[in-house]
Design a protein around this ligand. Structure first.
Ligand code: HEM
Length: 222
């Protein structure tokens, strides 16, 4: 057990765990977007999906798992950034790649913090927002569709969401390619492929989420 503790507190151990938790959060982002795409199919489909999720007995363990991933990922990101800053001051004589690594890790911390602010606003708004209900074929469930339409009818909220998705797109595009690099996938042949996949997946997710928000904002409140 001693070796595990030593590995997890080493610089490389922390970076690798940050990469693995980041990849798992990526999995959440993809499934969450697939669920949100049901908004395109109308209120009943989306609310029924939400009801299925909320009433699933595994929801509490899944939420605890998801929260743990976020907490571990953020804590490791902050400690690694602090260590990076303390390591060696970057002066004008430093090699360009050292300066670049430092700037890109600082941008990752800043964009990560902006995503965290978005996440808090988002969860408070949707999870703890007004609890409307609707009856479909005798089953009473939460009307999340109505809540989202109401939320996105405020243009400031829509702009905040779309801008946050831009920052998220940047964060996860850079995050995915650096996670692969940290985990040792560094090859003349595969690195350009990893970079292209990270770009299309990251910006694909950002555009997908933004499309959901804009589409929902255009729906009528019933
Ligand atoms: C932009 C379009 C989005 C829509 C329409 C949307 C919709 C929702 C809804 C309706 C819920 C509440 C489910 C419930 O009550 O249990 C939810 C929860 C959540 N969303 Fe989103 N979401 C969006 C984007 C995002 C993004 C980009 C992230 C991550 C960066 C995210 C992270 C979460 C998390 C962590 C939860 C809580 C999950 C749970 O505790 O069960 N969402 N979202």
């Amino acid at each position: 057990m001693n070796w595990l503790f030593r590995y997890l507190t080493s610089s490389i151990g922390k970076k690798q765990l940050m990469a693995v938790t980041g990849l798992m959060l990526y999995g959440f982002l993809i499934t969450h977007l697939m669920g949100n795409f049901l908004l395109f199919l109308g209120a009943e489909k989306f609310n029924t999906y939400g009801h299925m999720l909320i009433t699933n007995p595994m929801i509490i363990p899944m939420e605890i798992g998801l929260l743990s991933l976020f907490v571990i990922h953020i804590a490791l990101a902050l400690t690694s950034a602090k260590e990076n800053m303390a390591a060696r001051p970057v002066n004008y004589g430093a090699p360009l790649c050292t300066k670049f690594t430092k700037v890109s890790s600082q941008t990752m911390v800043l964009s990560g913090m902006a995503v965290l602010v978005f996440l808090v606003v988002h969860i408070v708004g949707v999870k703890y927002g007004t609890h409307y209900t609707v009856d479909y074929h005798g089953v009473v469930m939460r009307d999340l569709h109505r809540l989202l339409v109401e939320i996105y009818h405020n243009p400031i909220v829509t702009i905040f969401y779309v801008a946050s998705m831009g920052i998220l797109g940047f964060h996860i595009t850079h995050g995915l390619q650096s996670a692969f690099q940290t985990l040792g996938f560094n090859h003349k042949k595969y690195t350009p492929m990893i970079k292209a996949t990270s770009f299309f997946l990251g910006w694909g997710l950002a555009v997908g989420y933004s499309a959901v928000v804009i589409f929902t904002a255009m729906q009528k409140v019933v």
